[in-house]
Design a protein around this ligand. Structure first.
Ligand SMILES: Cc1cc2nc3c(=O)[nH]c(=O)nc-3n(C[C@H](O)[C@H](O)[C@H](O)COP(=O)(O)OP(=O)(O)OC[C@H]3O[C@@H](n4cnc5c(N)ncnc54)[C@H](O)[C@@H]3O)c2cc1C
Length: 301
């Protein structure tokens, strides 16, 4: 019995599983087909999908808003589970907000502001979900999610667990979820009471800085490379004279050299070739090896 048959025999306990091209689910707008793709409606369905995928020996890829993912052109031979709208509930509990994994960080930050809760101002302009954000320990302007996470609700195999924030091994763009292969279902953020107008002002300031510095008018995955110790990736790339360097439709942004943008019709292979050229030139000039921050998944075409 193949995976589709197994799923179909489940009589509605499982969401419809389809085959989709992943480019429309990533902010880089590249990526090939996923053999199987499902958007579970609740935690039970997510757990059931995982169980069946494990039984069928299928690799699983979790996806939030696709804003830090480069899916290769051959796509993903396995099951993509996307936690989207059905997982977007946010609830206030005293000075905490609990958000399901599919809630957008922008919506979470806005709700915190409206509730007069400070600590997530930096997150408003990050176009990711709570699941992807916690997984990546997303951060900006001196803030990162690690600072406010009280606990993370995960699926560890078939077991639901609440992992305290201080057991998540948060560091720069890294969490324990990466090694443990946990699926993040939600997270609780402990915030501090604050004046909504001041929180709003901080959010506006960060948004203005993003608009001024970042090529938000083009598809991208934000900063393509991690910040190497003691340097800024964008400054090294610019210093190596690489602004505007293109491969096919992929280009080093003229506005912010840390961003690789899709100027139209780029493929994942264009981005990977451009990434390699940038890495080689920066290594040659500065002796610094740039590591991608973007998570690269799937197969070559
Ligand atoms: C214009 C722009 C600006 C950006 N600015 C910033 C910034 O300032 N700071 C910053 O840190 N990032 C930034 N990013 C990158 C990106 O938005 C963040 O990394 C974000 O947190 C990714 O969330 P996502 O939901 O899009 O994750 P995805 O891209 O969908 O996934 C990212 C990784 O998380 C995993 N994952 C996703 N959901 C789950 C889950 N529920 N359980 C387990 N694993 C999961 C995926 O498998 C993948 O490995 C920017 C991106 C863009 C396009």
């Amino acid at each position: 019995m193949d995976f589709f048959e197994k799923i179909n025999s489940k009589n509605g306990n499982i969401p419809p599983v389809t085959c989709v091209i992943l480019d429309k689910f990533t902010t880089l707008r590249v990526g090939g087909p996923a053999d199987y793709f499902a958007e579970p409606a609740n935690e039970k369905q997510a757990a059931e999908l995982l169980r069946i995928a494990k039984e069928a020996n299928l690799p699983v890829l979790l996806m939030g808003n696709g804003s830090n993912l480069l899916v290769r052109d051959g796509g993903f031979r396995g099951l993509v589970i996307r936690l989207g709208k059905a997982f977007s509930n946010i609830q206030r509990k005293g000075n905490c907000l609990y958000a399901q994994a599919g809630a957008l960080l922008s919506v979470l930050a806005r709700q915190a502001q409206e509730a007069g809760l400070s600590g997530l101002e930096f997150a408003q302009g990050i176009p990711g979900s709570v699941g992807g954000g916690v997984y990546m320990n997303a951060g900006a302007y001196g803030g990162e999610l690690a600072q406010t996470v009280e606990f993370v609700r995960v699926l560890d195999g078939d077991t639901l667990r609440d992992i305290p924030g201080d057991e998540m091994d948060f560091s720069y763009r890294h969490t324990r979820a990466m090694e443990e292969k946990w699926i993040i279902l939600g997270a609780q953020f402990r915030l501090t009471p604050g004046d909504p107008a001041r929180i709003e002002a901080a959010m506006r300031d960060f948004a203005a800085r993003r608009k001024e510095k970042q090529p938000l008018e083009y598809p991208s995955a934000g900063s393509f490379f991690k910040r190497p110790a003691g340097h800024f990736a964008g400054a090294l790339i610019e210093g190596a004279g690489l602004k505007g360097l293109s491969v096919g439709g992929a280009q080093v942004s003229e506005k912010h050299a840390g961003f690789l943008i899709n100027t139209g019709g780029a493929t994942a292979a264009d981005f990977l070739r451009l990434m390699e050229q940038v890495q080689a030139r920066v290594l040659e000039k500065y002796g610094v090896r740039l590591e991608p921050e973007v998570r690269i998944v799937g197969e070559e075409k």
